[in-house]
Design a protein around this ligand. Structure first.
Ligand code: EAX
Length: 343
C-alpha cells in the first residue's frame, strides 16, 4: 500500500475514533453529568388470583395490598385482584405462578404440600393452640424457612396471610364427638393429612377443588366440608349445610405467592415496596379474619344453621394417630419444634 493511501487510511481511522469518543461521552451535559437517557422504569400490572368470594378477607386484604403497592411505587406498579377461581383453582394457580403464566396467588398451605413436603407440618390437626402460636411459628425462622423451600420451584413466598381455624359442617346430623361423623362423606382439600385425619374418625374424605364445593354440597355429592367461619359465611354454605361443629381442627395459613423470576427482575425499590405492602396487608387481613370469626357466628345462626360447641381435646385425641402416621415423613423434630415453640 503506497504511503499516500496509508496516510488517508490513518486519517480516516483517527476521524472515526474521534467521532466514537464524542459519541460515547457526548451525553455529558454542561453540568458534566451523564445525560444518557436513563431508561424510564417500566409501568407494571400484576394479576393475583384466589378462589374465595369477593367479600372474603382474601379479597379485601388483596385490595388493600394493591392500594399499598400503588402508593409505595407512585403508581408504577398496579395489582389486579381476581376472586372466585376466575384464574383457576388453588393447585392450578400455584402451577401458574411456578410457570410464570400467573403473577401471584393467595392460597391455603394445604395444596402446597404437593409442591413441597415441608408444609405438611402445618396441616396436622390442632398443631397450633392459638393465633399467637401460629403467627410466632409462621413469621419466625420455622415458617420462613419452609416458605423459602418453595424457591426451588420458582415461587417466592411474601409471607403468611390467614384462612383460619377450620370447622366441620354437614347436612345430615349434629356432630358433637368424632364418632358422630362416622360414615359422613366430607369434602377435604387435596391434602393427605387432612384426608387421613377424617379417615381416622371413620368419616369418608373426598378431596375436591374449592370451586366445585358449593354445587357438591347442594347436590349431596358430599355430606359436609370443613372451613373457617368467614368462608362458611361468604360462600353461603349456610344455604346447603344445616349443622356447624366448632371443632377448629386445622389451622389454615395462606401464603401470598409471586413468580420468583418476575420479582427478581424488579428494581430493589419496587421489591421493597411489594415486601412492605405484603406485610402491612397481611396484618390487616389477619385482623379481619379474627373479627369475622367472632362477629359472623350470630349471623350464621340467624341463617338457620345449628351451631355446636365441642370438646376440642376429645377431637385431638381421636385424630392423634395421624401424628404417628406422618412422623417419619415430616420429622419428629420439626413436629416437636412447632408444637412446643416458645413464644
Ligand atoms: O384457601 O379449599 C379450601 O377449603 C380453602 O379453604 C380455600 O381454598 C381457601
Amino acid at each position: 500500500m503506497s504511503f499516500r493511501v496509508k496516510s488517508v487510511v490513518v486519517l480516516m481511522m483517527a476521524v472515526l475514533l474521534m467521532v466514537a469518543a464524542v459519541g460515547c461521552g457526548g451525553n455529558k451535559g454542561a453540568d458534566g453529568n451523564n445525560n444518557a437517557a436513563t431508561p424510564e422504569p417500566q409501568k407494571m400490572s400484576l394479576k393475583v388470583g384466589h378462589v374465595l368470594a369477593p367479600d372474603h378477607p382474601y379479597q379485601i386484604g388483596l385490595e388493600k395490598f394493591a392500594e399499598l403497592v400503588k402508593e409505595k411505587t407512585d403508581g408504577l406498579v398496579t395489582v389486579e385482584v381476581f376472586h372466585s377461581s376466575q384464574l383457576g383453582n388453588e393447585r392450578e394457580a400455584i402451577e401458574g405462578v411456578q410457570m410464570g403464566t400467573l403473577d401471584m396467588t393467595l392460597v391455603s398451605t394445604a395444596p402446597l404440600a404437593g409442591f413441597s413436603n415441608a408444609f405438611l407440618v402445618f396441616d396436622l390437626p390442632f398443631i397450633f393452640q392459638s393465633r399467637d402460636h401460629a403467627y410466632a411459628v409462621l413469621d419466625g425462622p420455622i415458617g420462613q424457612d419452609i416458605l423459602k423451600d418453595l424457591e426451588k420451584n420458582g415461587i417466592l413466598g411474601l409471607g403468611y396471610w390467614e384462612n383460619g381455624f377450620r370447622n366441620l359442617t354437614n347436612s345430615k346430623r349434629e356432630v358433637v364427638v368424632p364418632s358422630d361423623a362416622a360414615g359422613l362423606k366430607i369434602r377435604t382439600m387435596e391434602n393427605k393429612i387432612h384426608m387421613a385425619s377424617f379417615r381416622t374418625i371413620g368419616a369418608d374424605p373426598t378431596p375436591m377443588a374449592f370451586g366445585e364445593l358449593f354445587t357438591a354440597l347442594q347436590q349431596g355429592t358430599v355430606d359436609g366440608q370443613e372451613n373457617p367461619i368467614p368462608i362458611i359465611y361468604t360462600s353461603n354454605f349456610f344455604e346447603v349445610q344445616k349443622y356447624l361443629s366448632l371443632t377448629g381442627h386445622f389451622y389454615a395459613a395462606a401464603p401470598l405467592l409471586i413468580n420468583k423470576a418476575l420479582f427478581d427482575k424488579m428494581t430493589p425499590e419496587v421489591q421493597n415496596a411489594i415486601l412492605e405492602a405484603a406485610i402491612e396487608a397481611r396484618d390487616f387481613e389477619r385482623s379481619l379474619v379474627a373479627e369475622m370469626d367472632t362477629n359472623l357466628l350470630d349471623e350464621i345462626k340467624a341463617k338457620g344453621m345449628i351451631v355446636t360447641e365441642v370438646d376440642k381435646d376429645v377431637w385431638l385425641e381421636a385424630m392423634m394417630p395421624v401424628y404417628a402416621e406422618f412422623e417419619n415423613e415430616i420429622g419428629a423434630d420439626l413436629i416437636d419444634a412447632v408444637l412446643n415453640y416458645n413464644y
